[in-house]
Ligand binder design. Sequence first.
Ligand code: ISL
Length: 516
Amino acid sequence: MRLKKENLIFYQIYPKSFCDSDGDGVGDIGGILSKIEYIKNLGVNAVWLTPCYASPEVDNGYDISDYYAIAEKYGGTKKMETLIEKFHENGIAVVLDFVANHTSTAHPWFQAAKKSKDNPYRDYYIWRAEPNEWQSIFGGTAWEFDGKTGEYYLHSFAVEQADLNWDNPRVRKEMRAVIDFWIAKGVDGFRCDVLDMISKDFEKGENGSGPRLHEYIRELFGREETDRLFTVGECWSANAENARAFCEEKRKELTTVFAFDHLCVENGRFSMEKPALQELCKRLSEWQISMRRQGLCPTVFLENHDQPRSVSRFADDGKYRYESATLLGGLTLLHYGIPFLYQGQEIGMTNSRHESLKEFNDVETCNYARANFGKLTEKELLDTINAGSRDNARRPIPWDGKDKKSWITPYSRRREINVSADFRAEKSVYSFYRALIALRKEYACLTQGAYERLELNETRYIFRRWSAGEEIIAAFNFEKPSSFTPPENAKVLLDNYGGSAKRLQPYRCIVFLRKS
Ligand code: ISL
């Protein structure tokens, strides 16, 4: 499969919570197979699957114990081969997750490494006699003492996720072999987990963006074997200044990056502050401008498996849920770049509300709860967790409103918000997403065309996209109604309200076309 990057439209699948085909409460490949039609019908042409390799699942698969095997509970490796084939038959490219920074401590490499200081696998990981002050992203120190050998190993995430030592050429060779193995199975690319963390800078005291980062990425993806791949690096350090270093074509590193500034995450996930929609639009717009100016192709996304639901975080998940969800769909699908939708976004799923800490599963959330128990009142603790927990994105997709066995407490609003209900509704979020994707395929100016911001203030955001002979103008009204002068000689292609465009109601999103 070889699609021009600007033409890609991704749908992200979190297999554990997508669709369960055998009733054991865990989503699986059989479930994904049964929903190919649903995915295809939406119009996307690529999927990214989060890890479903063999793993103790301390971090839901981001703690891999065998890079060469798909866990049996998901259906095993053969089933994955079938899935890749079926997606391809339907014109959908398949991107797998590549977890490069760490392995599970259950991985045979780590099991060998901790046997003794002179074990041949010792240097696959990062050991120190004395820990430094680095903190784990999931809370607490990033170093764990190993009593047997008397040294500490680095774990930037959970204790059970040991950081690999990429300065060791044998590690880099192993990781190239992993990539090549999955290429041979037919995958079209990789989403690379926390890729900017693989080179550490101990001198500067920075756990990432180290001096050899770009050398390592090139070594992985600058090869003939990897030439046709789509590669996207999850790079929290990526910004307008350094993006070129990651994804300028001639550098032979990555196709694109996931940067996070637009999601307004600087105060941490458990802050109760709700970012203004205007701020989201401002940052999205600035990212568009700087990436285009540099000839780079950005990703455009509002959700993934680590983020709360965008309708709850940036808009209104109550009275205006449909309008909010469709407006956010417009923001994702009408900008320049590669859109990524996250499962459930296409039916307007909101955050899930839970009144007991027992109903949360995510390791980061549980660590936060433990660390703050007694420091915050129970209500504060529950409120912050309900707003920010990664579990918001991980409650199983409610295909219908019925209760089923599931590995995690189900989505609290499943009876009201589910796929069957959305399909039956007069105002279907899925249908609007489908229409947006259809526009993206029909009008070349949306994929190839220029971008210009026409208006951005506390009331609304308006931009235009254009190329030879056609221009699309997209208007997004925020919470407060406003009066509007529709563009002249333009026809309405899509509208989440309908009726006169002279008054823009809360969360209205209208798309106009003007031909010249
Ligand atoms: O968003 C974050 C900071 O609070 C973290 O949740 C997140 O861990 C970070 O974005 C890195 O994410 C990736 O690597 C993690 C894994 O838990 C995430 O699911 C993954 O997307 C460790 O592999």
